[in-house]
Design a protein around this ligand. Structure first.
Ligand code: SAM
Length: 201
């Protein structure tokens, strides 16, 4: 079932894939440090919405067993060029594995999940994690869903709304949400929410 995706957002990434994947972008070294520090050596990591594949490249270089994926076939093809390995075309809402990953990395991608779809996607991620597994995701902060100047959909969540999407809290051993200021492809200053959750062992 793919009715939860936003077609206009995926159309943007299809049209812009080469430029988007080729933009100057460093891997998220500091965030990856925190995520990776909670994982065993060689851990199996699912990356959702990998875009140009920079974060998967960094995690592979650190010796992790990374499964890079993206919902856009065009971006998956770009990431394949960077990584020199297959990149699976996977929509968030089609993830259907159980206890398969030590970690799930979702940098700046679940922010495109329509608000009503997000809790179900987080359920799927929780199911795909092994007990004690680690889940990182980042979101643009806000109060109401909307589109940017490129027509991309963003769920623009408050901190409380984001925490609610992870409910029930009892299924996580921990959930930490912090905020910072950064940018985006539209060049606008942006408040970001970073969520790091650990599944109950
Ligand atoms: N994670 C990369 C990064 O930080 O550079 C890419 C971030 S980009 C803002 C969002 C990514 O999510 C795009 O690669 C896009 O194709 C992907 N995406 C959008 N909707 C998706 C969906 N429903 N399922 C899977 N991926 C999706």
């Amino acid at each position: 079932m793919t009715h939860d995706k936003d077609a206009q957002t995926l159309d943007f990434y299809a049209a812009e894939a080469q430029a988007y994947a080729g933009r100057p972008r460093e891997a998220e070294h500091r965030r990856i440090d925190r995520f990776a520090g909670r994982l065993p050596a060689g851990a199996r990591i699912l990356e959702l919405g990998c875009g140009g594949g920079q974060d998967s490249a960094e995690m592979l270089a650190r010796g992790f067993d990374v499964v890079p994926t993206d919902g856009s076939p065009e971006l998956a093809a770009q990431a394949e060029k960077r990584l020199g390995r297959p990149v699976r075309v996977l929509l968030f809402e089609d993830l259907a594995e159980t206890a398969a990953y030590d970690g799930v990395w979702a940098h700046a991608c679940l922010l495109h999940a329509p608000r009503p779809a997000l809790p179900g996607i987080i359920d799927r991620i929780h199911t795909a994690l092994k007990p004690g597994g680690v889940f990182y995701a980042s979101f643009k902060a806000g109060e109401a869903e909307g589109r940017d100047g490129f027509g991309r959909y963003f769920n623009y969540l408050s901190r409380d709304e984001l925490a609610a999407a992870y409910a029930p809290p009892s299924r996580w051993a921990s959930l930490a949400i912090d905020e910072d200021t950064g940018g985006g492809y539209d060049g606008m200053p942006t408040r970001w929410l970073h969520a790091l959750a650990v599944k109950q062992a």
